[in-house]
Design a protein around this ligand. Structure first.
Ligand code: GLN
Length: 487
């Protein structure tokens, strides 16, 4: 029975239909796996009784031929996406006792298709971080090497898929929080085009950059979950109307030999002794470049003069938006309220002082500073202009190439504790992911290689707005050609 936890969503759906095993049998195996991997600290909340009840309901639907698209498929959820009646803590003390009063649009869509919501996963507080060490409650460990971080901020979600507790999970990506943990955990993770997946019910960090997306262990499963959660939503003012016409191909076809020759693949790979990059990552890039050329793809090196500024731009824009979004946690309306207060001002100050962790405070301070009078023009306004330039540059690149490939992270997963006291070095792990959010484009992480310790190396595939289907086809081709590393 244990091997069933390795199967893909596609296989489970078929096996449920053909009565190879019941939904309950599979879900019980997932719960058993969650129990076995408890030491990894993946779930902030997991309710086996409720999950088993949902499994029974799904089983009945199979028996009465009423199974929906994701009937009986367990999906874990990052604890910053609202699920009606469930805790939504954002791994922050300030929301420790907060129960969401409604379903996020993505949650509603999953429920409507019969998915079983399987636990709330750990994250960096308010999705601020790259290692899941900033959670107020616990540190999630990497299933491939538990002395290392799973990446972040969606570290719990990535670990739940990597540890084979669930076949898929939802995370959020503001500057890399889906792709980097996917890379660190040896799985797939998609940051969709901005505006294709509704943010309604996602606790806001930096609203102009935040996007919800799926983790899974195959491109078909990524495409399937994406096809369910995407779509226009009137509850999200940034939902893009074009999403209404977009059809996701859940059965992407690999490119033929002839098609490969016509594809232009932009590569943004480190040079042979590039500083800040692990040698194993550099080597994986050289190998991939050789393979692409041998297969007949046209490989075109990409050089951006702007990406080196992306961390600076991001830490102005994202913190500015965060300082404004997080103003709502005032100890009055919801969440944590300090008990040692004398007056109203005290309620605000003490609740926020006691409720937020150090990284969140750092961001609020920085964001408030860059928005303050006298600095707004110098920092915020300038960063907005630079962001526009990055987007325009991407538009120009994609006139010349179909895809851009680059490593997702300059390093393999680092040790727990290694960077936690050095925010700048932590911020640098987002060097390659942030420009994607600034440009609003889609990008998917794929596991492409292992280093000598068996640690995963991820590659991200970027394309122009709304071109997720194209990315899926290229990845399907890589899968068929045996280029994907299994963990
Ligand atoms: N690591 C980045 C940060 O700390 C990105 C986080 C995210 O994408 N949510 O802000």
């Amino acid at each position: 029975m244990q091997e069933i936890i390795h199967y893909s969503i596609k296989q489970h759906l078929e096996n449920f239909k053909n009565k190879k095993y019941s939904v309950k049998e599979y879900i019980s195996a997932c719960l058993e796996r969650a129990e076995q991997t408890k030491h990894l600290n993946i779930f902030l909340k997991l309710d086996p009784d409720k999950i088993l009840k949902d499994a029974e309901i799904s089983q009945k639907r199979y028996e009465s031929n009423q199974a929906r698209l994701l009937e009986g498929i367990p999906i874990s959820i990052k604890d910053n996406i609202c699920e009606d009646g469930e805790q939504t803590t954002c791994a922050s003390k300030i929301l420790q006792n907060f129960i969401a009063p409604y379903d996020a649009t993505v949650i509603k869509k999953l429920k409507d298709q019969g998915a079983i919501l399987f636990g709330r996963t750990n994250l960096d507080e308010f999705a601020m971080g790259s290692s899941t060490e900033n959670s107020a409650f616990m540190i999630t460990k990497n299933p491939i090497d538990p002395t290392r971080v799973p990446g972040g901020s969606s570290g719990g979600s990535a670990a739940s898929v990597s540890a084979k507790i669930v076949p898929a999970s939802l995370g959020s990506d503001t500057g890399g929080s889906i792709r980097q943990p996917a890379a660190f955990c040896g799985i797939y993770g998609l940051k969709p085009t901005y505006g294709t997946v509704s943010r309604y019910g996602l606790v806001a960090f930096a609203s102009s950059l935040d996007q919800i997306g799926p983790f899974a262990r195959s491109v078909e499963d990524i495409a399937l979950i994406y096809s369910v959660i995407m779509g226009y939503d009137k509850h999200d003012s940034t939902s893009h109307p074009k999403t209404q016409e977009m059809k996701i191909d859940v059965d992407p076809k690999p490119y033929t030999k002839e098609e490969k020759k016509s594809l232009k693949i932009g590569v943004y790979f480190p040079s042979e002794n590039e500083e800040g990059f692990d040698l194993s990552v550099i080597k994986a890039c050289i190998d991939l470049k050789n393979k692409l050329e041998q297969e007949g793809y046209q490989v075109i090196p990409i050089n951006s003069n702007l990406w080196k500024y992306s961390i600076a731009i991001y830490y102005i824009l994202a913190t500015a938006e965060a300082s404004s979004n997080l103003a709502r946690y005032d100890g009055i309306r919801y969440g944590y309220r300090s008990k040692n207060v004398k007056n109203l001002i005290d309620v605000y100050i003490r609740s926020r002082t006691e409720g937020f962790g150090p990284e969140v405070k750092r961001r609020i301070l920085l964001g408030t500073y860059v928005l303050s009078s006298g600095y707004y023009e110098a920092f915020y306004h300038k960063a907005q202009k630079a962001r526009k330039m990055i987007r325009e540059e991407y538009r120009n690149f994609f006139k010349e190439v179909d895809f851009i490939l680059s490593p997702t992270s300059p390093t393999v997963p680092f040790k727990i504790g290694e960077k936690v006291n050095d925010p700048i070095s932590m911020y640098k792990s987002d060097l390659l992911t942030i420009s994607v959010n600034l440009g609003g484009i889609p990008a998917l992480n794929i596991p492409i290689a292992k280093d000598e310790l068996g640690l995963p190396i991820g590659m991200q595939i970027k394309a122009w707005h709304f071109e997720e289907n194209k990315i899926f086809r290229l990845v399907k081709t890589f899968e068929e050609d045996g280029w994907i590393e299994k963990f």
